[in-house]
Design a protein around this ligand. Structure first.
Ligand code: GLA
Length: 531
């Protein structure tokens, strides 16, 4: 019998009072004791509560969340922890336990006049400072208080804050989303909101990074908020955000995912105009061209207010296709039907985007039946990007094929076969991960030589499947390795990658760079005091 994944009930962000409910792989009481001491040292009092949110690793489904296709991440145990005590001066005092990140204080504006609802702070996106992420969480939480809860004309509550993180920055494990989620949750709590649903928290965090000018999708925030111990997550964005936790199948050897950090920093914000945001713009223009060619209207509902490749798929099926009773219908999420539709989409993308070396702005405008000025006005003016050619073929084909791989991966995990032959299952899952990496490298151009090398070494040593995880351009990779092979793969990476690229690398740096992470619990408030 195929295993079913249970739909998530209305889930509230939990409050826990024991660290053992949060961490299983390591004892974190020492870390918390140190943080409580530091808090007392800086502020001369104890925190009232701690808000924390984890990083994530994405198993498969890269660069498709902002096109609204489903992804398969899991939360990890590494997290961002925010200790908070409220103050009545309306001031936000921010201190980071890592002295590399300097402190900052600011007074919030009242922001309750009708033109300025919830805008308690302005964010200077030209600065790359760590406190900007806190401000994003603070801002969206206050907008939620003002707009959704309709709390108006109430002075925003000040907070004395100490932040500590174990998610490596700029490593593709989503430290920024973890920080923003923790900051938003802390702000809600400080302002008296003790009950918030995971869906609401994830949704407010999803839009928040746009205040920094990065138009990311919703995967990181969803994984961070909805994370569940021992469960991976099937995250759907359409027709509405839905995160369904599911367990890995029982196999004779447990499925193990090794995360290897390339230690190449990948800063999404600084490189957005040529990397991340450019990809977001390219896939949107690809969707608009497909819609134009097939004369269908698509909703302008992406993060940058344009059409999506998901939107095109839906519109195309409504207009032209669909088998039997499904003719003309929206896809209801059924896996086999989704795979069929995505096959068709890949074919269309290959047919329409024949210029595999890219399209100049003039060529893209021609495909859309508009002038270059109109193209700039409609698609390129809101989000600054730089390019010589728009890579429409590679981007569109990657998105549809990767979305298909997600469904194939999910199907394998939910229906692993009667005998649960782990070797066959691991092999099939691994193939999909390898194909994903190849597509991200060749079609989406978001890998780098270091990530390619790590994947090659791991595969040579026995990884079933190896791929970059997160936005790419550096950062981390994820490897499906049988549990009895983990040490061998680690050793090979240490000898052939880390010691070669970073001679003299310290043992603790190596330990941090190579981790086997179990799926962990998502955002929560800890009220247990000093452990
Ligand atoms: C970053 C973004 C996500 C997602 C990934 C790529 O992590 O924040 O929304 O787009 O890149 O899959």
């Amino acid at each position: 019998m195929p295993r079913k994944i249970m739909s998530a009930e209305i889930d509230l962000v939990p409050e826990v009072s024991s660290l053992s409910e949060i961490y299983v792989s390591s004892d974190q009481s020492g870390r918390y004791r140190t943080l409580f001491d530091e808090f007392d040292h800086y502020y001369g009092k104890a925190p009232e509560f701690v808000s924390r949110s984890p990083g994530r690793v994405n198993l498969i489904g890269e660069h498709i969340d902002y096109c609204y296709f489903s992804v398969l991440p899991m939360a990890i145990e590494q997290d961002i922890v925010v200790l908070v005590c409220t103050n009545d001066s309306g001031t936000i005092n921010l201190i980071n336990s890592n002295a590399k990140f300097g402190p900052e204080s600011f007074v919030m504006s009242a922001a309750d006049d009708d033109n300025n609802i919830g805008n308690v702070v302005s964010i200077d996106r030209s600065l790359t400072t760590w406190t900007n992420y806190f401000k994003c969480g603070l801002l969206v939480a206050h907008q939620y208080l003002a707009i959704v809860i309709k709390r108006r004309h109430v002075a925003p509550v000040g907070m004395d804050v100490l932040v500590d993180g174990t998610v490596p920055a700029a490593a593709g494990l989503s430290s920024s989303a973890a920080f923003i989620c923790a900051a938003a949750l802390a702000t809600l709590r400080a302002n008296g909101v003790t009950t918030v649903s995971k869906e609401e928290l994830a949704k407010m965090a999803i839009v928040s990074e746009r205040h920094l000018g990065v138009y990311s999708g919703g995967m990181d925030q969803s994984a961070s908020v909805f994370g569940k111990r021992d469960h991976a997550l099937y995250v759907q964005f359409q027709p509405k955000l839905k995160c369904t936790p599911f367990k890995f199948p029982k196999t004779d050897r447990p499925l193990t995912f090794l995360i290897a950090n390339s230690l190449v920093k990948a800063n999404k914000h600084e490189t957005a105009p040529v990397n991340y945001n450019l990809r977001v713009v390219e896939v949107s223009i690809a969707a608009e061209i497909l819609a134009h060619k097939y004369s269908v209207a698509i909703p302008q509902d992406s993060g940058i207010g344009m059409g999506t490749l998901w939107g095109f798929m839906e519109a195309y099926y409504k207009e032209y296709e669909g088998a039997g009773a499904r003719r003309g219908q929206a896809w209801d999420g059924e896996v086999v039907e989704g795979m069929r539709r995505l096959h068709t989409m890949t074919g269309l993308a290959r047919t329409v985007f024949v210029q595999t070396d890219g399209y100049t702005a003039a060529e893209a405008a021609e495909e859309l039946g508009m002038t270059v000025d109109e193209l700039h006005e409609r698609f390129l003016s809101k989000t600054p990007v730089r390019f010589e050619k728009l890579q429409l073929h590679g981007r569109a084909v990657h998105v549809y094929e990767e979305a298909l791989r997600v469904l194939q991966y999910l199907r394998l995990l939910l229906e692993p076969g009667v005998d649960s032959d782990s070797d066959k299952l691991f092999h099939d899952l691994g193939q999909l991960m390898n194909q994903s990496h190849e597509s991200l490298r060749g079609l989406f151009n978001c890998s780098c030589p270091e990530l390619d090398e790590i994947c090659a070494i791991a595969r040579r040593t026995g990884s079933y499947g190896s791929r970059l995880t997160g936005a790419g351009f550096g950062g981390c990779s994820v490897h499906l390795v049988a549990s009895d092979k983990v040490q061998e793969v680690k050793d090979a990476l240490i000898e052939n990658y880390y010691r070669v690229k970073f001679p003299g690398i310290a043992d603790d740096a190596l330990e941090e760079a190579l981790v086997v992470s179990k799926p962990g619990i998502g955002s929560l408030v800890y009220t247990g005091g000093v452990p």
